[in-house]
Design a protein around this ligand. Structure first.
Ligand SMILES: [Zn+2]
Length: 195
């Protein structure tokens, strides 16, 4: 089942490519061959391009109650408290900020969804946490699941992709312990590597 989702940044939603002259196609193929020959990987598998271009940014909370403010604070502050990552996600009430986290009872199946817009250098995003689905599946751990989901979605803002290709523990895995409310060592190492 789909649990935490990201929607691709608009820059990755490309229209169908027009037919290209043979020379350009060959040039493109040559580039691919060269990259493979050199063993270079254009982008790490765990890197998510829909994140913010910096680890220091502001976020606005939607109209939610104090419980949810607490859940969002946990997700935000527990990233800020990681070592040597230079992460600073600051809460703002400025309505001119288009990086927003909110919660609601959405009809969709996901627990949380991160939707970026704009460019990486000037990133906006909308995070929505699905109180309805979390209540259905979390048993007696509703509070922890809400905090963990908030943490996970902020991970997308920090350029971490879903389900990283590693055997190590990660808050970005869908199979994770959903009561976990702090990033694992792997997660913070990835943020350091990316930024
Ligand atoms: Zn996710």
């Amino acid at each position: 089942m789909t649990k935490d989702l990201v929607t691709p940044p608009s820059s990755t939603r490309r229209p169908l490519a027009p037919r290209r002259p043979l020379a350009r196609v060959l040039a493109a193929c040559t580039t691919v061959v060269l990259v493979i020959a050199l063993g270079a990987v254009p982008a790490h598998a765990d890197y998510y391009s829909g994140g913010v271009g910096t680890t220091r940014f502001t976020v606005r909370y939607g109209a939610v109650n104090d419980n949810w403010i607490g859940y969002f604070n946990t997700g935000r502050i527990n990233w800020n408290n990681t070592s040597n990552t230079n992460i600073s996600i600051t809460r703002t009430t400025s309505t001119s900020v288009n990086r927003v986290i909110t919660a609601g009872r959405y009809t969709e199946n996901w627990y949380g969804i991160y939707s970026p817009s704009g460019t990486r250098a000037n990133r906006s995003f909308s995070i929505r946490i699905n109180a309805r689905r979390l209540a259905e599946d979390s048993g007696s751990n509703m509070s922890a699941w809400c905090r963990s989901t908030s943490l996970h979605e902020f991970g997308h803002a920090l350029s971490l992709a879903d389900n990283p290709n590693t055997t190590r523990l990660s808050v970005m895995k869908h199979s994770r312990d959903r009561t976990r409310i702090t990033p694992y060592a792997y997660d913070t190492a990835e943020v350091r590597r990316i930024y």
